[in-house]
Write a protein that binds this ligand. Structure first.
Ligand code: PFF
Length: 460
């Protein structure tokens, strides 16, 4: 089918594709979200559940999206439409998700940029002196927090505007290896702190008495977000892959990259928090979105002279990861508008910039001017609402529709052949079983559970 389509942009090689997909996947999800979820849901227990889910369910969905992209030679909307106009709505639904995520992703990107800049300016002990006040003071600031968000957005849109094809591939080649190096170095350094190994034990050794439905639910939601699944990105990226590149090996490597960085981030942050707070219980209690911004500065401070440098390197690392992911999100929005509205790239970039600026401003206002709005209950913010709607509601629905579509409507046969064009497919039967039966059932469970938890039927 794709052979009859007009020539399409393509990656310059197998590794360019793997790096670009990994750069999209590795982001705030790995460095900011994964460690606090691991700390909250029982350390080693969460880790085990997560690893199993990624290498069964996650890799299968990733393979499905890449194969669907390469088979149809189209990005999300076109890929579904290729099987009939009436299926385009699945692609449209999935394509709406980056429009929600990017707006709040840039708000957090602004926080990270502020922290990186503060550490560069030598403010590490000032932050560590009153970390909670520093964080709250900053995110609620009526001017400064907006400026950092706009700066982050400007950097993202600048790269997208420069033409991401060459820009992305080249910058990934520099940023990704550096990112891995920094992550390993900081983990090793943190683990040499007195008491850190006890924290590492909590993080690594599963305690099966902690296994609860919430562990699975949280792990599954995290997996979608972290692997950039169920929002059309991997379909688009797959459509640029040549017919010789092994899809199975690529999916395995992308997942390996993603989970590797999550594991390392957890191995740095959970033991670090353990040192600062003294016990597993305290770590679990204090873990939440502010773990990175409030607890970590204290940990860096306890490292003595090296702390200011380690803190600086750490926030630069997080900034790199956030930028590469945000660039992939913004690029996806641009290509959706270009495909959907038949606009030029320039016009699409202007539209995305205006949209991000406007909606990002509203999300950020949730921490000051609009802080009276608590859409998900006391203490919640507009950002929490955006996160909930995209991650917990829309992504599972998009993944469910994709699995049912491939598993039951068009049947997996064509995609199996597509995968086998470029490699052996040893796990073919297991893959089909996951797509047709296991994934849809699991997704329905998380969807119902997430929504139930949100309305207070049980706590997560
Ligand atoms: N996977 C990214 C992360 O873990 O931070 C977030 C993300 C990037 C989600 C790109 C979706 C996406 F399309």
């Amino acid at each position: 089918m794709s052979d009859t389509k007009p020539a399409r942009a393509s990656w310059s090689g197998k590794w360019a594709f793997i790096l670009a997909a990994a750069a999209s996947a590795v982001g705030l999800g790995n460095l900011w979200r994964f460690p606090y979820l691991a700390a909250k849901y029982g350390g080693g227990t969460f880790l085990l559940v997560y690893v199993v889910l990624v290498f069964t369910f996650g890799v299968s969905l990733l393979l499905l999206e890449i194969a669907l992209g390469r088979y149809t030679g189209q990005s999300a909307i076109g890929a579904f439409k290729a099987f009939g106009k009436k299926y385009a709505f699945i692609g449209i639904f999935a394509s709406a998700i980056p429009f929600i995520i990017t707006c709040y992703y840039c708000v957090i990107g602004g926080w990270v940029a502020k922290y990186a800049a503060s550490y560069i300016a030598g403010a590490s002990s000032q932050i560590a002196g009153a970390p909670a006040d520093f964080f709250t003071g900053f995110i609620t600031s009526p001017v400064e927090s907006f400026i950092w968000m706009y700066l982050f957005m400007a950097a993202v849109m600048l790269v997208v505007g420069l033409g991401v094809k060459k820009g992305i591939e080249k910058s990934n080649l520099v940023m990704m290896p550096l990112l891995i190096l920094l992550a390993v170095g900081i983990a090793v350094f943190t683990l040499t702190m007195p008491g850190a190994l006890d924290g590492a034990a909590y993080y690594l050794v599963p305690d099966f008495s902690k296994l609860a439905p919430e562990t699975f639910i949280a792990a599954l939601g995290q997996m979608f977000f972290s692997m950039s699944l169920a929002m059309g990105i991997m379909i688009t990226y797959g459509s640029y892959v040549d017919k010789q590149t092994s899809l199975t090996a690529s999916a395995g490597r992308i997942a390996g990259f993603d989970i590797g960085v999550s594991l390392l981030a957890g191995l740095t942050i959970v033991p670090g928090a353990f040192v600062a707070l003294g016990s597993a219980e305290a770590v679990a209690e204090n873990s939440g979105p502010s773990l990175m911004f409030v607890i970590l500065p204290t940990v860096f401070d306890q490292m003595g002279g090296m702390g200011a440098i380690i803190g600086l390197l750490f926030f630069v690392l997080v900034l790199f990861a956030a930028l590469t992911s945000a660039i992939s999100l913004a690029e996806t929005m641009v290509s959706i508008i270009m495909d959907g509205a038949r606009w030029s790239r320039k016009k699409a970039i202007i539209a995305v910039t205006v949209f991000l600026f406007a909606v990002g401003t509203v999300v950020n206002l949730g921490y000051n001017g609009f802080s009276f709005l608590e859409p998900l209950g006391a203490g919640s913010s507009i950002l929490d609402l955006f996160d909930f709607v995209s991650n917990s509601v829309m992504m599972p629905i998009a993944a469910l529709m994709t699995c049912i579509f491939v598993g039951w409507v068009v049947k997996p046969r064509d995609l199996e052949l597509e995968i086998k064009r470029s490699s052996k497919f040893v796990a073919e039967k297991a893959w089909v079983a996951i797509i047709k039966y296991i994934a849809p059932v699991l997704i329905v469970i998380i969807l119902v559970a997430y929504v139930a938890a949100q309305f207070g039927f049980f706590s997560m």
